[in-house]
Design a protein around this ligand. Structure first.
Ligand SMILES: NC(=O)c1ccc[n+]([C@@H]2O[C@H](COP(=O)([O-])OP(=O)(O)OC[C@H]3O[C@@H](n4cnc5c(N)ncnc54)[C@H](OP(=O)(O)O)[C@@H]3O)[C@@H](O)[C@H]2O)c1
Length: 250
């Protein structure tokens, strides 16, 4: 059995998840990754293929982790999918796919791991989004799924006070990944080349900020510029001005 600290990252084949595996491998951790792909990237010491929107795969992934690898010191529930369609155009079946991965996967994996803890501490990081904090056109389903998982995590944080377990919430702003290309469009297919440009923080900057967050005592971490954080405060205090400014944005 490895004496290294061990991290399990879901959605680790690319984007933020892949960046996390790379970062923690550089820090000397044993890295375990998961996604639907059968083969993992070279930075994964161990790969658990799973479609985490599927309940049976959630169970088998946790079983495989526990029987073949071991208890994780840190779990980053990062796997997620975008959705880009107006509320009118959004099919219920697509919304259910989005919620299955963005909401139910973190909820169920956390529950399955907590059941197997046997006195060991569980440290879970939930990757939500700043999209959870305000409404935007064509993002109703995605934002609702991220808001749901954020409030779920906030509630679990209350339940776990004084216990050996810990949960933290990360709300990234825009990060330069292929998330928009992978997002489900109004026809139920990935946007691919129809996706607009998606440029923001680099993956490297984002994963450094996530790692710093895991070492802090704070529950929630917004990864965005001071201007964006100020806008979120304005949203909470005076939503009418916030939306007036948002609608004027080019
Ligand atoms: N990029 C941003 O601007 C941004 C902003 C805020 C929040 N976030 C959140 O950050 C997380 C990572 O986003 P990202 O930008 O890195 O996205 P990404 O580049 O599209 O990567 C998504 C990852 O999730 C995996 N995945 C997708 N469906 C899956 C499934 N059914 N089962 C298991 N794994 C699955 C993908 O792997 P496979 O395709 O190999 O399965 C991939 O590794 C997401 O939760 C996202 O909502 C991103």
């Amino acid at each position: 059995m490895s004496s290294k600290l061990r991290i399990w990252v879901t959605g680790a084949s690319e984007g933020i998840g892949l960046g996390l595996l790379q970062h923690y491998q550089n820090l000397g951790w044993q890295t375990v990754g998961s996604s639907r792909r059968t083969q993992g990237p070279t930075v994964a010491d161990y790969w658990i293929p799973a479609d985490l929107s599927d309940s049976a795969d959630q169970i088998s992934a946790v079983n495989q982790l526990m029987t073949e690898v071991g208890w994780p010191d840190l779990v980053v529930l990062n796997a997620g999918v975008g959705h880009w369609a107006t509320a009118d155009e959004s099919a219920r079946s697509d919304a259910e796919r989005v919620f299955a991965l963005n909401y139910w996967a973190p909820v169920e994996i956390t529950r399955l791991l907590a059941q197997r803890a046997e006195g060991r501490g569980l440290h879970v990081i939930v990757i939500s989004s700043i999209a959870a904090r305000f409404g935007q056109q064509k993002l109703a389903t995605y934002s609702a799924s991220k808001a749901a998982v954020a409030l779920w995590a906030e509630s679990v944080n209350e339940e776990w006070q004084g216990s050996a377990h810990r949960i933290q919430l990360i709300l990234p702003g825009v990060v330069s990944t292929n998330i928009m290309r992978h997002s489900i469009g109004r026809d139920g297919q990935a946007l691919g080349d129809r996706a607009g440009a998606h440029r923001g923080w680099s993956v490297e900057r984002t994963v450094r900020a996530i790692e710093r967050a895991t070492r802090s005592g704070r529950f929630a971490h917004i990864l965005a510029s001071p201007g964006v954080r100020l806008a979120l405060i304005m949203h909470d205090l005076c939503p009418s001005i916030f939306y007036l400014l948002l609608r004027r944005k080019p």
